[in-house]
Design a protein around this ligand. Structure first.
Ligand code: NDP
Length: 289
């Protein structure tokens, strides 16, 4: 007995190179990184609001390529039907749903239609529908301001709330609210547009706080100047050169500049990211000249 104890003590006192090596942190992750799996949306059901043109239409294609079933939602039904058919022809699961974010009666049915089409609930929302009116503050028309707030803030709120209620039942989900650099810093002619987007950024933060324990991540994507129909307003005003001077990278972005950030926030690669505000703007939000 005594001999056994002494032998065990002796063994413990011997140098143990293997144990010493184990305590060194390895620079190589124990589980190999599979980049395509990390950013995959396989098995996910995404609803993209404002998917009839511009950023929403493009991101619907990106999410579909990453493996999600996508519901393209907007008021212009022919556009979303055409886009969904084009995606389906390439082998993706895609459907078109009618949605007017200013009409609360259309929001629940849009989610129902997406769920019905794919036989699974929406667990990814790209909350992107928006409009822009740009004019000097003193000239802003109250009717236009009301429409802008109804769409860009109240509409975004109503769609996000519907998504959150449904995702809470699943205890998982991701919501990406599309705001703007105009919500991060003041820009001429963008008083009410910027105020609505600033409101959406704040709303996202509160949603992230309240929904984290329901397994729902909420993040905000702030595009800078992206070449879409909406952006062409600035060209029409002759503002594009002035705008370019405020963008450190000195170029207008294209819709595919948003792919990386959108996929990060949507996929498991972003599983520990919630409440983040990510500007994709060539540095515009930093620049004041
Ligand atoms: P587009 O004008 O190309 O797209 C806007 C989309 O919003 C359309 O699909 C439109 O669809 C939809 N939409 C507008 N009103 C409603 C509504 N009441 N209900 C449902 N859908 C609606 O512009 P972008 O792609 O550029 O804009 C997309 C988002 O990105 C917006 O929120 C915008 O504020 C934001 N953004 C854009 C920037 C840019 O430089 N382009 C910069 C920063 C932010 P339909 O008319 O068919 O309903």
């Amino acid at each position: 007995m005594l001999r056994t104890i002494l032998r065990s003590v002796y063994r413990r006192l011997q140098p143990q190179p293997a144990a010493a090596a184990r305590s060194e942190p390895s620079p190589i992750p124990s589980v190999p990184l599979h980049m395509d799996r990390l950013f995959s949306l396989q098995g996910r059901v995404a609803l993209i609001s404002g998917a009839s043109s511009g950023i929403g239409l493009h991101i619907a294609g990106v999410f579909a390529q990453a493996g999600a079933a996508v519901a393209l939602a907007a008021r212009r039904k022919e556009q979303v039907v055409g886009a969904a058919q084009a995606l389906a022809a390439r082998g993706h699961a895609a459907t078109a749903v009618y949605l007017d974010v200013t009409d609360a009666q259309t929001i629940g049915p849009a989610f129902d239609a997406a769920e019905h089409a794919f036989g699974a609930p929406v667990d990814l929302l790209f909350n992107n529908a928006g409009i822009l009116y740009a004019s000097p503050f003193v000239d802003q028309d109250p009717a236009e301001v009301a429409r802008l707030f109804d769409t860009n803030l109240k509409g975004a709120f109503l769609v996000a709330r519907e998504a959150a209620r449904r995702m809470a039942r699943l205890q998982h989900g991701a919501i990406i609210n599309v705001a703007s650099t105009a919500g991060l810093r003041a820009g001429p002619r963008l008083a009410s547009y910027g105020a609505a987007k600033a409101g959406l950024i704040h709303l996202s933060g509160v949603m992230a706080l309240e929904l984290a324990r329901e397994g729902i991540r909420v993040n905000t994507l702030c595009p800078g100047s992206i070449d879409t129909d909406m952006h062409r307003v600035f060209r029409d005003f002759g503002f594009e050169q002035a705008l370019l001077r405020r963008i450190p990278q000195r170029r207008i972005g294209s819709v595919d500049d948003l792919d990386g950030a959108a996929l990060l926030l949507a996929s498991d690669a972003g599983r520990y990211i919630t409440g983040a505000v990510i500007a994709v703007d060539g540095g515009q939000a930093l620049s004041w000249m």
